[in-house]
Design a protein around this ligand. Structure first.
Ligand SMILES: Nc1nc2c(ncn2[C@@H]2O[C@H](COP(=O)(O)OP(=O)(O)O)[C@@H](O)[C@H]2O)c(=O)[nH]1
Ligand SMILES: [Mg+2]
Length: 322
């Protein structure tokens, strides 16, 4: 399960966004949220599955209970991806504050890199780290996020323990008034979505259908959760695959490029270890066939071996030995 942290300036709407994403009257500041996926609902319906299990993400209101900046920044470092909330509601101009927000993220990384560099300079066994740490620090000093450069595996190994904030996928959430949802913000290279956190928080307590109706009255096709998740999956390079049947239909996440045994390992390490083959059909083909058994009867199910690379929305049954 991936963890998404909400960050941003005080009063930007972080807690409002957290409520919007985590649903009705949540308590605390960490919520486990089912990833909405209409494809999964469709598969479940086609197979009359007894249970439907969505993929989950953990959404954290990073600053809600952190007493100090250091505590908040330590928490930020544990996140897989960040949502940076930029206030644009009530006449606020998000662009004006953008520079300061970027500087704050850069600063959060400069400190640890400076410390690490100073230590490495005193430690003869850390000689190899020096140029890499210096390159990273120079990059930050030039005002660039670490994610804007590609790093070799060995380079990353030198500083991944610092869990740099600017190496994480960062999605800017421009929090605008509900009647100004077409406002956008210019951010060189960073993914941005415009939302009204307040409107979304208000509809979060409603039924799915009511929420969609109300949002569509404002021209919003999809609740913020789905939009955020799409961006998070894209930025973390994750894909979704499905298992489906009478007992259960379930969505799973795996990194793009994963082979069939690796995908099997997401379900259980035993299935990866004892992997024999994967029966695979694309979501579209399965829906066209109407049912796994019908697809099988029509010889639409492929048999794939251990080198098969999983694709977005593959539907699968694994065959394995225990
Ligand atoms: N009008 C409007 N007010 C908002 C919006 N988002 C947050 N607010 C208000 O701004 C204030 C601060 O929001 P909050 O979520 O607590 O900000 P945080 O400090 O970043 O957690 C609250 O009074 C919210 O109701 C929005 O999209 N529109
Ligand atoms: Mg708050």
């Amino acid at each position: 399960m991936k963890t998404v942290g909400i960050t941003g300036p005080a009063g930007s709407g972080k807690s409002t966004l957290w409520r919007a994403i985590s649903g009705q009257k949540p308590v605390g500041d960490v919520a486990t949220v089912a990833v909405p996926d209409p494809r999964l609902d469709k598969l479940s319906e086609l197979h009359a599955s007894k249970s439907t299990v969505h993929a989950q993400v953990e959404v954290v209101d990073v600053h809600a209970t952190a007493r100090t900046a250091a505590a908040a920044s330590a928490r930020l470092r544990n996140m897989d991806a960040l949502l940076e909330v930029i206030p644009g509601f009530g006449g606020q101009d998000g662009a004006a504050g953008l520079g300061a927000i970027k500087d704050e993220l850069l600063l959060a990384d400069m400190g640890p890199f400076e410390n690490r560099l100073a230590k490495a300079k005193r430690d003869p066994s850390a000689k190899k780290e020096l140029p890499v740490l210096q390159t990273a620090l120079d990059h930050l000093n030039e005002g660039k996020f670490l994610s804007t450069r590609s790093w070799e595996k060995e380079e990353l190994a030198f500083f991944s323990a610092l869990a740099p904030v600017t190496l994480k996928p960062i999605i800017l959430v421009y929090n605008v008034d509900e009647d100004a949802l077409d406002r956008t913000i210019e951010t060189a290279g960073l993914t941005t979505i415009s939302v009204s956190a307040l409107l979304e928080a208000e509809v979060a307590g409603l039924s799915n259908e009511e929420a969609r109706d109300l949002l569509s009255a404002y021209g919003v096709d999809e609740p913020v959760m789905g939009r955020v998740i799409q961006e998070v999956y894209r930025s973390l390079d994750l894909i979704t695959f499905f298992t489906t049947g009478e007992d259960e239909s379930r969505a799973w996440e795996v990194r793009r490029g994963a082979t069939a045994p690796e995908a099997a390992g997401v379900i259980h390490t035993d299935i990866q270890r004892g992997f024999i083959r994967a029966e695979v059909i694309s979501y579209d083909e399965l829906v066209a066939a109407g049912h796994w058994d019908k697809a099988k009867a029509a010889a639409k199910i492929r048999v794939e071996g251990k080198d098969y690379v999983f694709k977005e929305a593959d539907c699968t049954h694994f065959r394995f030995n225990v």
